[in-house]
Design a protein around this ligand. Structure first.
Ligand code: PMV
Length: 317
């Protein structure tokens, strides 16, 4: 976060669920990763008169924002009131590389960057607890009942291990290699997929519960792999978890095709990420060169966009 005179910048980034999605609904653990390849930047500059905002959704007077930006509006008003500052006289410009509605934490990341920019603009210090509380105000408007995960991961540089109704734990990232994310171009259908898994849990309890338990075990193993730099094993665990998610019927043809494409290109592992039935998939590669080749093949095979996030150095056997 840097401040020039009368100008301030706040940043954040996207998130991906590395492993554990869907099982986390049934009290198994999950791991989410900050995805630095999709940054968000909010710049605030001093202007005369009414505040204006510029984003990919809307450009114009802040007081006239459409309902899709209501969260941003309320958040700004709240912070200005708390800090005893006027909400007029600002030009707020939001630029984000996170695709919206793909489970990559777009709304939380924009809110995080905005809170940081506003505090910097008003030259006030901001602690992590206040940041998360402010982002929660915005996320409640955008999503109703947020778990807090997106706020936590889009503002952090470490992977986060979490279970429903318990504390988030940062895990030290010691893995080398490269994470590739690819967008199917379809909105994810988290709500429907979660409902369908619940239905399966009623109809075929034993089989569904076994899959959920297995994803939980894979996630625990993935935590150790991340802590101990077992990149190859982490890849295997990702692919195994995709197989479970497929059996839970939360994948779709486009996701499966991209996963197969990445594995054919010798990715260490690949899986859907987030709610499924659209949205994004991820793959793990050893080297930057391999990651670029995989990303290229994913584009040739239906992805509309890809991103590469370097976890550490190139991985050598
Ligand atoms: O699509 P996302 O990133 O919001 O993730 C959904 C994760 C699920 O486990 C499928 C649902 C949930 O609420 O945890």
């Amino acid at each position: 976060m840097k401040t020039l005179s009368d100008q301030a910048v706040g940043t954040a980034h996207g998130k991906i669920i590395l492993i554990g999605e869907h099982a986390v609904v049934y009290n198994e653990p999950a791991i989410a990763m900050p995805f630095l390849a999709t940054p968000v930047e909010v710049i605030i500059e001093k202007i005369d008169g009414d505040s204006v905002i510029s984003s990919s959704y809307y450009q114009g007077f802040f007081k006239n924002v459409p309902s899709s930006l209501k969260n941003i509006y309320t958040l700004t008003e709240t912070i200005c009131a708390d800090l005893n500052q006027s909400a007029d006289g600002m030009s707020i410009s939001i630029s984000s590389l996170i695709p919206p509605e793909r489970g990559m934490g777009s709304s939380a990341a924009v809110a995080t960057a905005l809170v940081r920019a506003l505090f910097s603009y008003f030259k006030k210090s901001l602690d992590q607890t206040s940041l998360l509380n402010y982002v929660d105000i915005s996320e409640k408007i955008a999503h109703g009942n947020p778990s807090g995960l997106d706020a936590r991961v889009t503002s952090s540089e470490s992977p986060v291990y979490f279970k429903k109704n318990s504390r988030f734990t940062s895990i030290p990232l010691h893995v080398s290699g490269y994470l590739i994310a690819a967008d199917t171009g379809m909105k994810g259908q988290t709500k429907k997929a979660v409902e369908d898994v619940a239905q399966q849990m009623k109809q075929s309890y034993k089989q569904t519960r076994q899959l959920i338990t297995k994803i939980g075990l894979l996630t625990e193993e993935a935590k150790t792999a991340i802590e101990e730099n077992h990149t190859v094993h982490l890849g295997e665990l990702m692919t195994l978890s995709h197989d479970c998610l497929k059996q839970l019927n939360v994948s779709n043809e486009a996701l499966d095709h991209l996963v197969d494409t990445a594995l054919k290109q010798k990715a260490l592992g690949a899986k859907l990420t987030g709610g499924g039935r659209g949205g994004c998939m991820i793959a793990l590669a050893k080297t930057a060169k391999q990651a670029k080749r995989i990303a290229h093949k994913l584009m040739e095979n239906g992805a509309v966009e890809t991103w590469i996030h370097a976890l550490g150095e190139d991985f050598n056997d």
